[in-house]
Design a protein around this ligand. Sequence first.
Ligand code: ADP
Ligand code: AMP
Length: 228
Amino acid sequence: MRPRLILCNKDFEKMKIVMLGAPGAGKGTQAKQIAAKYDIPHISTGDIFRANLKEGTPLGLKAKEYMDKGSLVPDELTLELIMDRFTQPDCKNGYVLDGFPRTIPQAEALTKALADNKDEIDYAVNVEVPDERIIDRMSGRRACAKCGGTFHIKYNPTKVEGVCDLCGGELYIRDDDKPEIVKKRLDTYHAQTQPLIDYYEKAGKLKEVDGTQDVDKVFADIVKVIEA
Ligand code: ADP
Ligand code: AMP
């Protein structure tokens, strides 16, 4: 049987966390650390779309049409994908969601799917970073083609340039990290995703952290709000 994870007299078994924040705010970077610390799966819809694209599946090719433009993949397609992911056995232990939900209908669908099982998310953690910092973050982002690890040429450089520290895979620049697409993604974020901050605040789930600090400090702040 899986041992129960008990920290600070609080039971973190089956914890469900939503990561909020602009593209490039550091959601993925933090979600990976949260997943490791609390032994829950890290579920990134962006990673799933990219994995499908790499395999050339119809879903991946369809998603690419939207990703390349800096737009969101339609809710219907995204919801089908995530609801299927939730049926996998590892989700019984909770999860940290990175990049989902990204629209109010997605958030409502998540709330309803959980409520149908008398469940709910525990926290929505908003990693707050102003737009002017985002451009810098995304232009320096490098991703591993093999394991999905994320680095930054200035803020989180790899030991050997162009080579993943985690698995030795080759690093690449995401197509949607080009400056003209980044601007469109930020517009998309403000129009469609930012309203989720209000949605989760009204639900009493919102926790805010200052994402402009270094990676370790942001993580320490997230742990503090989760374990408070
Ligand atoms: P998101 O998942 O929100 O799109 P990422 O986690 O991929 O964002 O981070 C975007 C880029 O910024 C990456 O290159 C990452 O290494 C870097 N980064 C993440 N957190 C920080 C931070 N606190 N300070 C500086 N750079 C960061
Ligand atoms: P990310 O890796 O989270 O930055 O996502 C990359 C791209 O995938 C986004 O710009 C969207 O085009 C698409 N995407 C990821 N998650 C979602 C989602 N929940 N809803 C719609 N589109 C998404």
